[in-house]
Design a protein around this ligand. Sequence first.
Ligand code: NAG
Ligand code: NAG
Length: 625
Amino acid sequence: MGLPVLLWWSLTKLALLISFAVHTPQPQQQQEEASLLTQARQFLAVNDTDTAFQYLTQAYANDRNQPGLLACFRDVFSQRIESHDNAVDRMGLASILLEYEHYGAAARHLEQAVQLTASKSSANALSMLFAARAAVCDWTHIQQDSPALVASVQASLKQEDQTPAVHPYKALMWPCLSLADSTKIASKFARRAMSAVSVDPVPTSSLLVHKEEPSIFQVSSRRRPTNGRRIKLGYLSPDFTGAHPLAFLMQDVFRLHNTSEFQLYIYSLVESDDSLEVAKIKHAAHQWTVLPSSNAAAAETIRDDELDILIDLCGYTGTSTVAEIMAHKVAPLQIAYMGFPASTGAPFIDYVVCDRIVVPSSSEVRQHYTEQLLLLPHCYFVNSHRYLSSSLRQPQMPRTRYNLPDSAFVYCCHSRPEKIDPHTFKSWLQVLVNVPHSVLWLLRSGDEMEDNLRQIAEQEFALDKNRLIFCDKAPRDQHLARLQLANLFLDTPAYNAHTVGCDCLSAGVPMVSLLRNHVAPPDEVETDKWASRVGASLLAAIGLDDVLVAGSMEAYQAIMVHCATDSEWFSSVKERLQRNYHTAPLFDTPRWVRNLETGLLEIVALRTEGGSSYSDIEIVDNAGR
Ligand SMILES: *[C@@H]1O[C@H](CO)[C@@H](O)[C@H](O)[C@H]1NC(C)=O
Ligand SMILES: *[C@@H]1O[C@H](CO)[C@@H](O)[C@H](O)[C@H]1NC(C)=O
């Protein structure tokens, strides 16, 4: 067979490519990397690109940063493209380039691929091209790319047997795809997960079954488990690693569960590393299990534990196969939480944990959630920031270390650049024009991003290009320490700062976020998707929504200006943030856990009573009880 046709499907991750390498006959196990590369070169010299590619994928799996590896990948694909220019190889090469953050070069191959392909695979090329351009804030083609992408997605949604070329997670990020589209895309992926299940999954209560609107059921008192029976509560994730934000955010959540009511079964798809985060999580578990890699075997392992509830902490993020496991319906109550901030569109998920800000009650929004809602009283997004180890609480460093002027007002957005949309970026620049002593501090991505953004600043706003200051991605301790150098964090409306939002608020840096309650004006981003509403939910839970959540882009800009120009007022905002840090719900992890538990106890009780009512559960805060 030729190069794996599925390669480009995985968008930016090489997981499929690697699994291809693992599951095909290996040239020779345990090869030294250098010699794998040498052999690849030898096969390339005799024009055997297939074999050369297999050696390279193995070398990649061993050490992706090995010198010469990327160049050799490039040569393999170039040789194939030279003898026969075709879209699959262009996309294959592009996915390697994306993996190494060479976005501009990837985009050039993808443009060719779009030209070369017929309709179906051009959707994949188009989707990758959109991602490549978004990653470096190249918006020069967005007026054509967006409608083309939407059209291709909608065409694939109409086809029973087609999976959309846009991954559900990207659908949340890209403004041209609506809330309705994003749920439909997720549903397609759920369907695909279910098609791999041989046993009949139990049909569950979801909008796919229920056509009527759910009732809302308020829960203000906690039902204790009867007969001293403890609830068997499972959590499932591929992200229990020190590097992943999920383990970082949830590291203290598990130990705060009431162990006389709950027995914790924690399932990881990866071997544990030696991080403090994972150590805490393992320690809190009644049982810690690393699941086998086959989905069916993993499902069997979980089912054998006879859980009452299983919480999926991943959804469709990354390249994980958690949905494939959940599709086996391994627990009577399956809940989605945290990893995927949207509806899963999956009939095998009974509830999704959220709050009234991220999923407002209006039926225009509610109808796009297929699960029953488990509504927490405050922000659904949990964190463990209050318990961060002292190594992550570094003292402030001098601004010069990051080329930040000492006296300037520093607007900062350390979110991934693909979250920035052109309209919002230009509103930031307008504020830089209006506030002369300010700079904008951004996270760098790829080679071209800096130039792309500086060009807009210079050409459209006549700003000195040095008003934009870029920094590289940094390890977590540095990231947290340097955030303190900023004055105001700017939330991105298309996909808010979730983890980074908690980071900046806990560092004492206020954040301004946009949350519109009406349809967006032309060119502006809608904020009806869940991922676009988390910033406001964080700010409400720290008691700053009245001053830092803007209802329109004009208000958002006005807040930005006000923060930089009215220092007395801004100091009072910062003082409030510091005060509320200790008292408000946002960083009160025990309170969050108690509220979640109240919900879990309720849904288990409802199920035991045999009720088949279809309702959203709204928890009334039990703090102080
Ligand atoms: C290399 O192999 C491909 C087919 O795999 C063929 O089309 C091409 O002509 C070959 N090139 C050379 C220089 O032999
Ligand atoms: C834990 O649960 C038990 C049994 O329901 C209850 O008696 C106890 O008060 C709970 N502990 C806390 C700290 O809430």
